[in-house]
Structures are given as structure tokens and as C-alpha cells.
Design a binder for this molecule. Sequence first.
Ligand code: URA
Length: 432
Amino acid sequence: MTESFDAVDVIRTKRDGGALSPEQIDWVVDAYTRGVVAEEQMSALAMAIFLNGMDRGEIVRWTQAMIRSGERMDFSALARPTADKHSTGGVGDKITLPLAPLVAVFGVAVPQLSGRGLGHTGGTLDKLESVPGWRAALSNAEILGQLDEVGAVICAAGSGLAPADKKLYALRDTTATVEAIPLIASSIMSKKIAEGTDSLVLDVKVGSGAFMKDLARAGELARTMVALGADAGVRTVALLTDMSTPLGLTVGNALEVRESVEVLAGGGPGDVVDLTLALAREMLDAAGRPDADAEAALRDGRAMDVWRQMIAAQGGDPDADLPVARHQEQVLAESDGVLTGLDAYAVGVASWRLGAGRARKEDPVQAVAGIELHAKPGDRVRRGEPLMTLHTDTPERFARAKEALDGGVVVDAQAEGSAPGRRGIVLDRVAG
Ligand code: URA
């Protein structure tokens, strides 16, 4: 086959700060998926995009080309409206677990095609695989069947969905080109548009544990994604939410499932409950259920009922005990004072080093590894009290995990009086 462009010319255009033509974009995405554009050429192009950006027209075209690289799912046969949520990734972010069954209570179908963790952020599938028997891989027919019967499904995105993104995401991860707004926006939105949901709520994380460290960049990412969704006919809203400190009191796979079940039982930490409800309200609103009382469905057990059906439908035993680490070690406060710093990135890396995350896609994860927090920023602590408990099956990992926490946990002995107030979890909202 004769190729319409030369990869070197495409790279040079972007390297020199030009805009890629629609034809160049269509070709380079397709040729990369076919293996004609080599990995080293795409990594040079990704770096040129990282450094020089893309205009709105380029981002739209790039996203469309990634969608066209694979199949599109079709939920139009379902009797219920569909709503999906996507988080840009954080530490202790287990929200999908209580959220999907909660929204399904109100007759909305929630297809959560999820991924695995890479680096310091956790992955929803890794978390759910700590439930004995639970199965992540479902066929498209099984996904549709479960949405029809239970209303919610959390499973692996099939390999047919946006294969260009699968290749490109793995490449970006190893070439320091993940944090580019055009590349993140097109990566996320190509998968979500190909999935075929009617409406989408984005949870764009801001802070040390997120890709976007400040509110201005997170706002730009959110606006870019909301516009891409609107262009494709998907009702899209974004919440910008705090990821300067871990979400909830647990980080790590089985530990996070345990906390999610607490939320579904009407308890759980305030920030996890607040964010679950804020995202649920947005999804219900977008799906035409503005009067649904999500708080009541957590309180009265309806969300828990759907969770149990959802887990059982995928072979999991909702009554089985979750695995617990063979080794645990506490990190103690060295002085009296107020916990003023509990850095999300530091805790994420520590949990990863304990075995909760993977360095390469093919690495196994420990279901039991992770961190249980006993204090959050603003809490008063006393010398010798445990600030957190580290969990792992491989105790030789404790030392490196503790190194990651160096400087990330700050107790201010001088802080007097009442503990400083915590800022709300939702920082801003972007709608089309
Ligand atoms: N999540 C994705 O799916 N893609 C990105 O580029 C970043 C986060």
C-alpha cells in the first residue's frame, strides 16, 4: 500500500510549531495503529505535541481518528438511558465502586469500562479483583445483558475500543508525554465516545496526586473534554476535585473495596460520601432523573442491593471476606500538633511500593497491599499515635515505602487552637 504521507514530515510540522492538517492527523493515527509509523516516530510526535500543543480543530480531528481506529459500542437497544463517569486518576479514588450501583438504583444504565492502575494511581479493575471470584473480562453481549438486568457493570474495556489509544497510552507512559492536555483529552474522550454512552460526568483531579497539579491547567483540560463531548453529541459535565491528599482513609485494592462497602452501607468517610453524591447527582441530572434522592439510596440499602447483584453477576461473592495482609506496620506521629500535610503523591507511591500497584503493565499486584490512614489534614494528633498503617505480604517492602513518605507527612507542632478547616472536595464545575 502506498502511504499518503511521510512520518518525518508530520513530525517536522509539529516540531516547528505548525498545525497538522486533518489529512495528516487521519493518516498518522491510522498508520501508527497499523504499525507503519514506528514507535520512535510516534514518540517524537508525542513530544512535539507535548511541547507545542494542538489547536481545537486538531484535537477534535485527533480524537475522531482514534475513535475510528476501533469498534463503537451501541447501547441504543437498552430501555434505560446510559450515564458514565470517568476520573482522570488519583490516590484512594474508589468512587466508581459505590457510584455505579448507586446511580443504577434510579433506572439509569451505568457502563463503567475501566482500566488497571499504572504508576502511583490505582485501577478500578485491580481493586475489584480482590473480591473472590470476580471477573473483569466480559463480552459485549454480557455487558449489555448485565446492564439490562442489573443496571450497572464495571468491567475491562475490550481490546476493540480505540486501539490507537491503547498503543499510544503505553508509549506516552514510557516517554514522559502523559501530561499533555491534547493527548489526555483525546485519549479519554475517544474511549468514552466509542463506548456510546448518552451522558458523561468527568472527575478531573487537581493536586499533587493528579496529572494536573493546578486549577488553571485542570480547568483547561476539563473545558477541552467537555467541548469534545458536546461536539460528539454526548452530554458532558466535569467536576474539578481535590487530589492534594488521598481520598478517604484507605489506599490499595482490598482496603478500598472495604471502604466502598462501608459507603454502600450508609457509612464511610465524609469526603468519599460527598464526592460519590456530587457525581451521582450530576449523572442522574444528565440522565433525566433530577429529583432522584441519591443520599436516601445509600442510607436505606438500595445501592447495596445493586452492588451485591453487580458483583454476583460477574462471578464474585459479595459475602466473602476480603483478603488481609500478612504484615502490617504503623507510622507514628513524632510530635503533638496538627497534621498539616498528607501528600497524595507520596502516599500513592508508598502504597505502590508496598505492592498495590505495578511498574509495568504485565506486573501482578497484591490485593492486600496498601495504606490505612488514621488521620487526615486538619486533624489534631499526639506524639506516638499511629498516623497510618502500612499493609503488605512482603515485609521487605516497608523500608522503601517509608522512604516515599519522607517529607509528605507534616505534623506542625506549633499549630495551636482548633484544627484548620478542610476545603470542600469539589473545587469547580465545567458544563457545555
Ligand atoms: N487516562 C486516560 O485514559 N488517558 C490519559 O491520557 C490520561 C488518563
